[in-house]
Design a protein around this ligand. Structure first.
Ligand code: AMP
Ligand code: MN
Ligand code: MN
Ligand code: MN
Length: 282
């Protein structure tokens, strides 16, 4: 009933913010965070829809970060959507995404795939351009059978549509989230393919820069990873978060409303949120 990670078509989800909130409410979610990639433009409409559907909407964002040449995602929960430094920081990331998308299209042209920038732009419909939009174009044109294989074939390191990109620094992202009153959460740590030594280093650095929680239960973790990251959260004194990372039918790891409970040795990130009481008791 608590889902703190989801996407609308303001980034690479399929539903509009209002549709996403309605979908969440229909699937038993009582508290939802909208966490679009590098963009908070959907929060106002989502808040409005949350009032209509009687659920709580947590203002969120998922910021792309480069840490030691790897891309990480940092979720900010309860950020202030009016915060000027945050708005400016995200605008900068958005501008760079456009240039990156042009380069991705040039890479695809080298293997004979034309028009991907234009097609991805149409799919994105003024929202930020992500690899997911390129993936949808490539699948629609039968260059791969589904999103999973299209990423493998075209959109990851060493493949024609991949562009090595410099995102925000970890320090800057944590600083922006914290300064706007938000809580920084390390998204889906199990997806970064880090060895134990690097994971320990990341968690240490994340915590020392003001990180507060890590996602333990997410649509992209296995059951074994729930246990593994619950241990890490305990080890580092970091709270635990949970979220489906829902993007829409066919492009999600998990449907909404299906998240298992956090392992009992975790302190939930919402532990000291006052609004949670009304969600639990009503
Ligand atoms: P970007 O931020 O433009 O690099 O796009 C990354 C987005 O693509 C992620 O947020 C996911 O929604 C999606 N994505 C990345 N890797 C994969 C994958 N292997 N399979 C399916 N979707 C993926
Ligand atoms: Mn995404
Ligand atoms: Mn992510
Ligand atoms: Mn996400």
């Amino acid at each position: 009933m608590i889902d703190l990670h989801s996407h609308s078509n303001v980034s690479d989800g399929l539903f509009s913010p209002a549709e996403l909130v309605e979908h969440a409410a229909n699937h038993g979610v009582r508290m939802l965070a909208l966490t679009d990639h590098d963009d908070i433009g959907g929060l106002a409409a989502a808040q409005q829809a949350a009032i209509e559907h009687g659920i709580r909407l947590v203002n969120g964002v998922e910021i792309s970060v480069t840490w030691k040449k790897r891309t990480l995602h940092i979720v900010g929960l309860n950020i202030n959507p009016e915060d000027v430094p945050l708005i400016n920081g995200l605008a900068e990331v958005k501008k760079n995404r456009l240039e990156r998308a042009r380069q991705m299209a040039l890479g695809l042209e080298k293997v004979g795939i034309y028009g991907s920038f234009e097609a991805a732009s149409v799919l994105a419909n003024q929202s930020i351009l992500t690899r997911m939009h390129f993936a949808r174009f490539l699948v629609e044109h039968n260059h791969a059978k589904d999103a999973k294989s299209v990423f493998k074939k075209f959109l990851v390191k060493g493949k024609p549509g991949f562009v090595d990109h410099q995102w925000m620094s970890l320090e800057a992202a944590l600083g922006l989230i914290t300064a706007s009153g938000g809580t920084p959460v390390l998204a889906h740590p199990g997806r970064y393919d880090l060895g134990r030594t690097s994971m320990l280093l990341l968690l240490e650095e994340f915590r020392s820069l003001g990180g507060v929680a890590i996602e333990v239960v997410t649509g992209s973790h296995t059951a074994a990873q729930y246990v593994e990251y619950a241990k890490y959260s305990q080890m580092f004194g970091l709270k635990a978060s949970q979220g489906s990372d829902y993007h829409g039918k066919g492009i999600s790891f998990m449907e909404m409303g299906r998240l298992p409970a956090l392992p009992s040795n975790c302190i939930p990130v919402w532990h000291d949120w006052t609004e949670i009481q009304s969600v639990i008791t009503s």
